[in-house]
Each structure stands twice: as C-alpha cells, then as structure tokens.
Design a protein around this ligand. Structure first.
Ligand code: ZN
Length: 155
C-alpha cells in the first residue's frame, strides 16, 4: 500500500481508464449483455465465453467516466478464468467495499479492486463502479436460468 491512499487510488484508476484491459471483441460468445448508468451516461457491453462453470474469456467495452471504465477494466483482469460461483462472490465483495461494509475475501485475489474502496468518498460514483459488475452478473444469471430450463425439459 502506498503511504497516501488517495494518491494510489487516483493512479490506479487513471491507469485503467487510460488503457482499459479486455476491450477486444470475442470470436465465440456464449452470452452478452449491455448496461447503462443514465445518471452519469456510462455504457457498457460485456461478452462472455463460458466453458463448464468457468468464465473462459470475456470482453468489457465501457464508455463513460473514469470510475466506470476503470472498474470494468479491473473486472476483466480479476474475473477471467474464474468460476461463476467465484465471480458472484467477488461481485458481492466489490459491492461491500464500495459501500464501506465488511467483507470476507479469504482465498480471493482481488487484484487492484481494493482501490475501489476510495469510491466511498464519492457516493454518486458507486453506480458507476458497479455498472460492469451488475451487467456481468445479469449475463451469468441468464446462462444459469437457461441451463435450469434445459434440465427441466430434458428430465
Ligand atoms: Zn460514471
């Protein structure tokens, strides 16, 4: 941790904002979803390729403020290769750290995500930071629903 958390927060956010990771479009897409945050004008498009229960590859294209773009870029770095269960756990942690609530990150590599705690100081930006996460979770839940329907109809 840097001695000055504000400085670290700014540096990491700006780095992800200037060169967001994971913007490449996927050749094979199992599910995609779009989300927007009208209060700020942020928009995101997420593509996911799933193998079994693993998010094998994903693409995050976010256009908007620095926090929304940076959060989407961090999401890409942390989520790629994770199981759907872990993705949901990490999304809950992100929500908690944005809101200043307690969370248990045992066994979870949060990457740069812990700097998002700095967003607590700017409550109007919490929705910006959550946009990519909410959009991704919606996409994964739709995959799980489709699988359930399949299970019921093939029983
Ligand atoms: Zn925003």
């Amino acid at each position: 941790m840097s001695e000055n958390p504000d400085e670290l927060y700014r540096e990491v956010i700006l780095d992800h904002y200037r060169s967001p990771r994971g913007r490449h479009k996927l050749n094979h897409v199992d599910v995609d979803n779009e989300g927007s945050n009208p209060s700020c004008g942020d928009e995101v498009e997420i593509q996911v390729a799933i193998e079994g229960d693993i998010v094998k590859e994903l693409s995050v294209s976010c256009v908007g403020c620095a926090i929304s773009v940076a959060s989407g870029s961090m999401l890409y770095e942390v989520i790629k290769g994770k199981s759907i269960t872990d993705v949901k756990k990490i999304a809950r942690i992100v929500k908690a750290l944005l809101k200043g609530e307690e969370y248990d990150a045992t066994g979870v590599d949060l990457g740069d995500l812990d700097v998002l705690e700095g967003v607590q100081k700017f409550p109007v930006r919490i929705k910006c930071a959550l946009l990519s996460w909410v959009t991704l979770i919606e996409a994964l839940e739709s995959v799980e629903e489709q699988r359930e329907v399949k299970n019921i109809t093939t029983e």
